[in-house]
Design a protein around this ligand. Structure first.
Ligand SMILES: *[C@@H]1O[C@H](CO)[C@@H](O)[C@H](O)[C@H]1NC(C)=O
Ligand SMILES: *[C@@H]1O[C@H](CO)[C@@H](O)[C@H](O)[C@H]1NC(C)=O
Ligand SMILES: *[C@@H]1O[C@H](CO)[C@@H](O)[C@H](O)[C@H]1NC(C)=O
Length: 842
């Protein structure tokens, strides 16, 4: 098969540009963005470089290469280009130097070799199947099932097991989709690309809907994204959830008449050029990109897509689907057990992605599903004794153990496919609006919900609630399209102050005025992002809140027990959807905390508030420029700063080691689960604990930008807590922690075994770039991570390896590179010349 693929390579290059593998051993690669008037071949000639081709669908972006021996020259060249551009920008003399042959170079970026930094979002624990009492079938739901099957002629053998489509044991705990099928809305005319480890186009369940035109294998370089590795099954299972056909094989997809494409990227290390191309592949034909992967969910990683991938996402949003925008759906992540949070993942916290967490068949919050302020909705997946039943790799093979947020994302993607088949003209933002408005809040008394000024409710655990596909598509039918997207960026606000340890936080304000909004052509708020720099000797100690003028709190980041990185936050952008529909006017506060009193300390350097929303006058609204690397060349303002003792969430009284006290309800929760809740001393009885401090309650604010006001004793004093509850009861938490401890001990032993195996394997694969990289990483981080960090991640790796796999798969992973990456990729090595300065400019 690989020979056949190799034979098609020539064609591949012609069709999709830069699709042939780049051999990084012998050459250095760099990307240039050229203006309309500059030809890549001319630039290649001037630089003495080889033009490798256009980068995916990114207009004007090309890859060039120079022989490895000239790498110093490459670096000098790129530095030179950057310096020249800076000079030009400073002098404002945009067009005066056109005699310079490199004048048309708008942007340059050196490319790092391919790495395995993306991981499938498999369930972290295998679930015990078949424990449900099948006798307790709800008569009404069973009758509805019978009716749907006979009316639509559904004869798929596992349809009755597909509780996520129609649940007869826990009525109401399903997508509520069958009513749409009965209306004839089945996804016709819409194509979803599953970006993953392959799609088995020979599966009889997927074959009828397979969309070859939208498919590509970026790992092998060829048109068929066929699963090749032994465990390349994840993508096919996701495909089945969306678009398994109504026939006599397995079950049906949510949108069973929609087209399904496969874009294979997860089965080998991949570089940013290929990933950028993948995320835009066939973007006029593929409507939705379903992505059940991301940086490793170990609670220690903070990783965002590189600048080319960010540009590709923005490109998909602006040009994909005829300008209505590609719809990116991302699984929130499975790291909740490790204290991970989806705001530490630059894919799930992008405003351009719909981030989907999980809910199980009994409506519980699965222990793996990550929380964060960027989570839009939840959809059904594994937990409470069952998982998602779907198609598998093999002609007629089905799978009953698909789970994790990996399985939740595709169900949301399938729901989007139905909405688009009913209303193809919806833009990417219309779809987010519709999901916000029609998601159904669940477990409303669990203390995680805030009621927003819009009247809707938001929870960091559940987003706006669970997807109700029927309601969503009904709303889509009559939805009035939103105006184009506007944005407002505050200046960079300089703080430069030490973060107090303990209950106090360092608070910085910024006031958004009517004038700001008017100048920005900004009418209605949607997403909020905060880009910030924090210096700290232990990143996992830091937590950050954003408080809106309306008193809504976004927990942008949480303290993470596994995160021992000594870097703090470097130009990191956090995102929140919690302020959707609020008024932007007034004072926004960012509060940075370091609640652990220990030897690790840090300082809050600077930040910037970015508001995104609907334009006031659509006709005057330009498109947002493509994301830039931050070059520090931007205006600063001194920030208004104060310390605050307003703590974030309910009281924690005991030592954090006690599982009973692990409350990480990020939200101003009722102290219901707290053994001895400390009442908030409130000077003013009418003040609600969750409200933003009013003028007289607020800490004295020193606007000089230099000094810190002393904390006010009159401020509300709720107690923060920072250890995960896993969204479960105390009893369950004790159980989880106890089991976890035992499992960790067990895996230490296994870990040692695997480590020995790995060392052995390394000797035999010394030529492998990727292996080589991983060893480096491991050596770098080991001393910092410490023993416990290592073992926890080792445990995580094995959880992942076991999840939903047969023994045969589990123990035959020797030639599957990504497995090795699961445990030890705590930090993306800084690969660009302006380290980690990746964020968007105004
Ligand atoms: C589910 O779909 C039905 C129509 O099939 C609709 O009447 C109902 O409101 C939807 N929501 C729930 C929670 O049942
Ligand atoms: C943050 O750390 C960097 C590197 O250690 C240092 O150069 C910088 O001065 C620090 N900034 C603040 C505000 O502490
Ligand atoms: C802020 O602090 C400085 C130094 O302590 C002081 O001189 C100044 O008056 C203060 N400003 C306000 C507004 O409190």
């Amino acid at each position: 098969m690989r020979f056949a693929i190799a034979a098609t390579l020539g064609l591949a290059g012609a069709v999709a540009g830069n699709l042939h593998p780049r051999s990084q051993e012998s050459r250095d690669f760099f990307a240039l963005h050229l203006d309309d008037t500059t030809s890549p071949s001319h630039i290649a000639q001037v630089l003495g470089a080889r033009h490798e081709g256009q980068i995916g669908e990114l207009d004007g972006h090309h890859t060039f290469s120079l022989p490895r021996g000239q790498s110093i020259e490459t670096d000098t060249l790129l530095d030179d280009l950057r310096a020249k551009r800076k000079l030009r920008r400073r002098s404002g003399a945009i067009d005066t130097q056109s005699d310079d042959p490199l004048h048309g170079v708008l942007w340059s970026h050196k490319l790092a070799p391919a790495r395995q930094r993306l991981h499938k979002r498999l369930p972290p624990v295998s679930v015990p199947y078949e424990t449900l009492d099948k006798r307790k079938v709800d008569a009404q739901a069973a009758a509805a099932q019978k009716n749907v099957m006979s009316t639509l002629g559904i004869n798929d053998p596992i349809f009755k097991e597909q509780w996520h489509l129609l649940n007869t044991l826990q009525p109401g705990h399903d997508l509520n989709v069958t009513g749409l099928w009965l209306e004839g809305i089945t996804g016709e005319g819409i194509a979803t690309a599953v970006v993953d480890d392959g799609l088995d186009m020979d599966s009889n369940d997927l074959k009828p809907n397979y969309f070859a035109e939208g498919s590509w294998d970026f790992n092998e370089g060829g048109p068929d994204p066929r699963p090749l590795l032994l465990d390349d099954k994840h993508g096919t299972r996701c495909c089945g959830e969306i678009s398994a056909s109504k026939n006599d094989v397995c079950g049906v997809g949510v949108a069973y008449d929609s087209k399904i494409a496969g874009i294979r990227i997860l089965s080998k290390p991949i570089d940013d050029v290929d990933e950028a191309a993948a995320i835009n592949y066939g973007y006029q034909k593929n409507d939705i990109y379903s992505c059940s992967w991301g940086p490793i969910d170990d609670g220690a990683t903070m990783d965002a897509p590189g600048i080319l991938i960010k540009r590709a996402m923005a490109n998909g949003i602006q040009k994909g689907r005829g300008g209505k925008g590609s719809v990116f759906v991302f699984a929130a992540g499975n790291g909740a057990l490790y204290g991970d949070n989806c705001n530490f993942d630059g894919y799930t916290n992008s405003i351009y992605s719909i981030t989907v967490g999980a809910i199980d068949r009994q409506g519980n919050h699965p222990t793996y599903s990550e929380s964060c302020s960027a989570q839009l909705v939840v959809a059904y997946s594994s937990g409470s004794g069952d998982a998602i039943h779907t198609t598998d790799v093999g002609a007629d093979k089905c799978f009953s153990g698909h789970g994790g947020t990996s399985a939740a994302g595709p169900l949301a993607a399938g729901s989007v496919a139905l909405a688009l088949s009913a209303r193809p003209e919806l833009t990417w933002r219309d779809l987010q609006h519709i999901m916000v408005e029609t998601a159904v809040p669940v477990s409303e008394d669990d203390g995680s919900w805030q009621t927003l000024p819009s009247g809707r409710k938001f929870s960091h655990d559940w987003g706006f609630g669970k997807v109700d596909t029927y309601t969503m598509v009904q709303r889509a039918k009559t939805w009035e399209l939103v105006k184009p997207q506007a944005w407002f960026n505050s200046p960079w606000l300089r703080v430069h102050q030490a973060i107090p340890e303990g209950d106090q936080g360092l608070l910085s304000h910024y006031t958004v005025t009517e004038d700001h909004m008017k100048k920005a052509n900004f009418a209605k708020l949607e997403h909020v992002t905060v880009t910030m720099n924090v210096n700290h000797t232990r990143r996992g100690d830091i937590s950050v809140e954003l408080r809106s003028p309306g008193g809504i709190v976004s927990y942008l980041s949480v303290a993470r027990r596994n995160d021992n990185m000594a870097t703090g936050y470097n130009d990191w952008t956090f995102m929140s959807v919690a302020h959707w529909g609020e008024s932007a006017l007034g004072e926004w506060s960012v509060i940075v905390r370091d609640t652990d009193k220990n030897e690790n300390t840090g300082s809050f350097v600077d930040w910037r508030l970015n508001l995104w929303g609907e334009a006031a006058d659509g006709s005057k609204q330009p498109l947002h420029p493509l994301p830039e690397e931050n070059d520090d060349d931007h205006p600063y303002e001194d920030a208004r700063v104060a310390t605050t003792s307003v703590a974030s969430s309910p009281v924690k009284t005991g030592a954090p080691e006690n599982p009973d006290d692990h409350h990480d309800r990020p939200v101003n929760a009722k102290p219901q689960e707290t053994p001895t809740p400390v009442p908030e001393p409130k000077p003013e009885p009418e003040t609600k604990p969750d409200s933003i401090p009013t003028e007289d309650q607020k800490e004295p604010t020193n606007t000089s930008g230099g000094e810190t006001a002393s904390p006010s004793p009159s401020s509300s004093d709720y107690i923060s807590s920072y250890l995960p509850t896993f969204g479960t009861s105390k009893r369950t938490q004790v159980w989880i922690y106890a089991s976890f401890a035992m499992i960790v001990v067990f895996f230490i032993g296994l870990g040692v075994y695997f480590q020995l195996q790995r060392v052995k394997r390394r000797r035999t694969t010394a030529h492998d770039d990727y292996e080589f990289e991983m060893i480096e990483d491991e050596d770098e981080t080991q001393p910092m991570a410490g023993a416990s960090g290592r073992t926890q991640r080792r445990g995580g790796e094995l959880y992942n390896a076991f999840a939903g796999e047969s023994d045969e798969e589990m123990f035959s992973d020797d030639d599957e590179p990504y497995r090795d990456g699961l445990a030890n990729h705590p930090e993306r090595p800084s690969d660009d010349e302006s380290p980690d300065r990746r964020q968007e400019k105004p």
